[in-house]
Design a protein around this ligand. Structure first.
Ligand code: 2PG
Ligand code: MN
Ligand code: MN
Length: 548
């Protein structure tokens, strides 16, 4: 553990009478196209008014600026909140797995050795796309190739459709070549690798933050027990289920691949299972289903095979979950929360279920624990369990009700909130719902603005990456991509920059109103420390404000 620097008070800072309120408008970027930009096209009176009257700059929130392999990688909540909370950039999961495959260390580690040494079948479970947020199909291909070299005989893949980090109905672009890839590996008769089960990532397996355990149960039943509607191949399953349900890839129902009515890849005692997703939030629940003993109470697992289980990464650095993993995660240390605790400052963090772990666990460097129970308070507002295009306001009003009490109490120095609206509704691909969602959030930001003004605090408005700012797919020439006479829905995050705005009604002239240009969201931690009246540690990225 590296020592924390002791942070000095800024000599010329006039302490504000209220708290610093840090508002993450999840998935709210600055779009580059007029059509389908639910942020720019929504009526957001408070945001528009503040944008005119307050210091404002745009920040980078994707690619290299958040520790991803390249600037073609869109931002996401994990890397975004890690950057907020760590104050600097760490090479992230996507990059670390790439490196460990390139230099071969993934295959020399203990977890891999144990997985390939298993007597039974080697199973891979995960998201089959190159979205790069939770997983990468290239990693799976590399592991399958190596497994064959290492003498593994039988492999089964449990493949989830994405359509959330890649185009909404692109699954066959991944599954068709992947089935061919497996056929090529199998061709010499020494290796037997097949897709055994699958379905949409928002239908099964990849729930997060205990929002919807039945999702995980649906995954367990298909992957482990081999229960579910049978097909002869994944491609056949996807085509049929898409025709029947019209569902987007992320919502495609579960399927099981069978031969002579017998599932080809149930998970049995003596098998090995690798969850090839590297990101933790949506990996923790299915991991718990495999690793927990009889205390597991979320659903009836029916049968719990005794397997060697490994994750692509360690998903929780505090609880050390899972027990075995292939690649070490970034060791994110000396976070903002840790510094604030050392200074004795009190923090309050709130969101609804869907993003609760973002503002706590991701913000604290993928650690679920607190640094100091007395100084940190976490509040979760329960999310609705519905498709969010049906409830586009989500819980922004309820979160705000709670925040108003907390702001008035004057008990906290830093209050952090994540409003999931732009992101969760953005992922549905419904432009109208996203506009509605932005307007609901803005109404509540208006309520917060009044409260901050009344107590003399500071409010920061920013985001972790874009999403609602592009609800339509665009062609390379900038025109809207059409499908069946309508704009094609875009469900993924964007590469766009995000706003950073400081509303400081008690401004005393301590910093220049012109904010620094060209920075990324990892500069926010230093800025928050400054706005709380402290200097930032030397190892943090530059503050966005120029102190006078
Ligand atoms: O829903 C998720 O898991 C990701 C997209 O894959 O979104 P976010 O990074 O905003 O949580
Ligand atoms: Mn996000
Ligand atoms: Mn998202």
């Amino acid at each position: 553990m590296k020592e924390l620097e002791t942070l000095k008070k800024l000599p010329s800072w006039k302490k504000r009478s209220g708290p610093v309120l840090f508002v993450v408008m999840d998935g709210v970027g600055y779009g580059k196209y007029k059509e389908g930009d639910a942020v720019a096209n929504a009526v957001m009176e408070t945001f528009a008014e503040l944008s005119k009257s307050s210091p404002l700059v745009s920040l980078k929130a994707h690619g290299l600026a958040v520790g991803l392999p390249s600037d073609d990688d869109m931002g996401n909540s994990e890397v975004g909140h890690n950057a907020f909370g760590a104050g600097r950039i760490f090479a992230q999961g996507a990059k670390l797995v790439n490196q460990s495959l390139e230099d071969g260390t993934l295959f020399t580690g203990n977890a891999w050795k144990q997985a390939i040494a298993t007597e039974g079948t080697l199973h891979f479970i995960g998201l089959l796309s190159d979205g790069g947020v939770h997983s990468n199909i290239a990693h799976l291909r590399a592991m399958l190739t190596q497994a064959k070299k290492d003498g593994v005989k039988r492999v089964r893949v449990h493949a989830l459709l994405d359509g959330r980090d890649v185009p909404a109905t692109s699954a066959l672009e991944y599954f068709e070549p992947f089935e061919q890839f497996l056929a090529d590996l199998n061709a010499d008769g020494t290796f037997d690798a097949k897709i055994a089960s699958g379905g949409g990532r928002m239908h099964m397996t990849m729930d997060r933050y205990n929002a919807d355990w039945p999702m995980v149960e649906r995954g367990w039943r298909a992957h482990v027990l081999g229960e579910g509607r049978q097909f002869s191949s994944a491609v056949e399953a996807i085509k049929t289920l898409r025709d029947e349900t019209q569902a987007l890839d992320q919502d495609i129902p579960a399927f099981v691949i069978a031969e002579n009515a017998k599932p080809i890849g149930t998970i049995e005692d003596g098998d090995a299972v690798i969850l090839f997703n590297y990101r933790g939030d949506r990996a923790l629940e299915i991991t718990a289903a495999f690793e927990s003993g009889s205390e597991f109470a979320h659903f009836d697992r029916v049968r719990v095979p005794k397997v060697f289980y490994a994750g692509m990464m360690e998903y929780d650095g505090d609880l050390h979950v899972p027990k075995n993993y292939l690649v070490s995660p970034p060791s994110i240390d000396r976070t903002l929360a840790e510094h604030l605790c050392k200074l004795g400052l009190k923090q309050f963090s709130i969101s609804e279920t869907q993003k609760f772990g973002h503002i706590t666990y991701f913000f604290n460097g993928n650690k679920s624990g607190k640094f100091d129970e007395n100084l940190e308070t976490y509040v979760e507002i329960k999310s609705d369990n519905v498709p969010f295009e049906q409830r586009p306001a989500m819980k922004c009003a309820e979160i705000t009700d709670e925040l108003l009490k907390v702001i008035d109490s004057k008990e906290y120095d830093l209050i952090k909130v994540n409003f999931p609206n732009g992101d969760m509704v953005g992922h549905t691909g419904s432009y109208q719902a996203a506009v509605c969602s932005m307007e609901a959030m803005d109404l509540n930001i208006g309520r917060l603005k009044k409260a901050i003004e009344a107590v003399g605090g500071i409010m920061i408005l920013t985001a972790d990456h874009g999403n609602a700012d592009e609800m339509y797919e665009h062609k390379k020439d900038g025109s809207v991509q059409m499908e069946n006479g309508k704009p094609k829905a875009k469900t993924s995050h964007t590469l766009n920059p995000v706003p950073f705005l400081i509303y400081d009604p008690q401004y005393q002239g301590e910093y220049a109103l012109q904010l620094k240009e060209g920075l990324g969201i990892s500069s926010i931690a230093s800025t928050l420390l400054n706005l709380l009246g402290y200097e930032a540690p030397s190892y943090y990225d530059a503050s966005i404000i120029q102190l006078k």
